[in-house]
Design a protein around this ligand. Sequence first.
Ligand code: PGA
Length: 241
Amino acid sequence: MKLITTSNYEKLSQQAAVETISRIKRNSSLNLGLATGSTPTGLYQELIKDHKQNKTSYKEINTFNLDEYIGISKKDSNSYHYFMCEHLFEHIDIPLDQTHIPDGTAKDLDEECKRYEQFINEHGGIDLQILGIGQNGHIGFNEPGTPFDSRTHIIDLAESTRKANSRFFDSLEDVPKQAITMGIASIMDSREIFLLVSGASKAKALATLMNDDISEDFPASALKNHGNVTIFADKDATALL
Ligand code: PGA
C-alpha cells in the first residue's frame, strides 16, 4: 500500500481528485467505484470544480456505489442514492442511468445482492474504487468479522457505526439497522483502490491498518493483500503512525 500524507483535508481531497481525474483521462469509460460518508465529499467537490473548469466528461463513465441502507427509499434524504445525487451526480454530465447503487428497498434482498454483484461483473468490474474507513476498520459497510471472501450481502450495522452515522438522522432510532454492501472480495476485485482517511478520529484506525496483522476483525486489513492501493491521509489521521 502506498501512503500519501497531506497537510490537511483540502489537500487530501485535491490530491485524490488529481489522481482520479488522471484515471478518467486515461480511460474515458472508466468503471468508478464510489463511497458515501463525510470523507469523500471534498474529493467530489474537486471533481465538480474540475468538470466545470476543465470540462472533464463523465458521459461514458459508469459508477458503482459500495452500499445502501435497507428500507430507505431512494427519494429519502438519508439514502445514499440521494447523497450521491446531491454531492456529485447532479453537478457533472454523467447520465443517471450509468450510476449504480444497490437497491435497499428491493423485495427480494438476497436476489438484489446477487444481481448487483453480477451486474458489476457484466460491466467488466471496477477500475478504480474510492473507499473511506470506519473507526472500527470497516470498508463499505463490512463490519469487523465479515469474511474476506464475502460478496455483496446484507449486514447488521455495528452499534458504533449507527452512532457515528446518527449525525445525519433526527435520532439514533431512525438509523437503519441493516445495509446492503459490496463484500470484501467484491472490493478486492477492483483493479485499483484509493483509501481516503481524514481527521484525528481515524488516527487509531490508520495506525491499526499500517501496523497490525491482517485479520477479519479489522476489515480494511484485507487491502494489504491487494497490489494497487493508495492511501490518502491528512496529517491529523497520521498522528499515531
Ligand atoms: P466517514 O465514513 O467518511 O463519514 O467518516 C467512513 C466510513 O464509515 O466508511
